[in-house]
Write a protein that binds this ligand. Structure first.
Ligand code: UDP
Ligand code: MG
Length: 139
């Protein structure tokens, strides 16, 4: 069993895609074991995306991620990290596979609707960033 952290980003919430995205994850056999709506200030968004500090897109990404509420969730299942990323599609919606969340709904490489952890270590950091043990419900 593997866990991953996903976020419906502010553009996804704005476009009423919360249910659509959860439906796709659940439909692929991933279990939602933690879920909440939050609003990040700039400092909180910077902490979440600390690995990208210094990159050309960082400042703009932080403004975007702190522009409105997000839905953060913990997903659990076999191969949860790769399954979630497959459903999301490539970072740049122009390069994302047909039928993926980003290909279908994202406006551009920054406003790309959804986040998913990229490795077990980043998943552990990201889950701990938003959830404590009392907020995760694993069978
Ligand atoms: N991003 C961006 N421009 C880029 C690359 C990334 O605005 O050239 C944003 C985008 O919102 C992306 C996030 O920064 O989802 C994190 O980038 P990463 O490379 O980790 O992509 P992801 O893992 O989300 O596919
Ligand atoms: Mg990433």
């Amino acid at each position: 069993m593997e866990r991953t952290l996903s976020i419906v980003k502010p553009d996804g919430v704005d476009k009423n895609l919360i249910g659509e995205i959860i439906k796709r994850f659940e439909g692929r056999g991933l279990k939602v074991i933690g879920l909440k709506m939050i609003s990040m200030d700039k400092k909180e968004a910077e902490g979440f995306y600390a690995v990208h500090r210094g990159k050309p897109f960082f400042e703009s990404l932080i403004v975007f991620m702190s522009s409105g509420p997000c839905v953060v969730m913990v997903l659990e299942g076999d191969g949860a990290i790769s399954k979630a990323r497959e459903l999301m599609g490539a970072t740049d919606p122009k390069k994302a596979e047909t039928g993926t969340i980003r290909q279908q709904f994202a406006s551009n490489i920054e406003r790309n609707i959804v986040h998913g952890s990229d490795a077990p270590e980043t998943a552990a950091y990201e889950i701990g960033y938003f959830f404590n043990s009392l907020e995760i419900f694993s069978a």
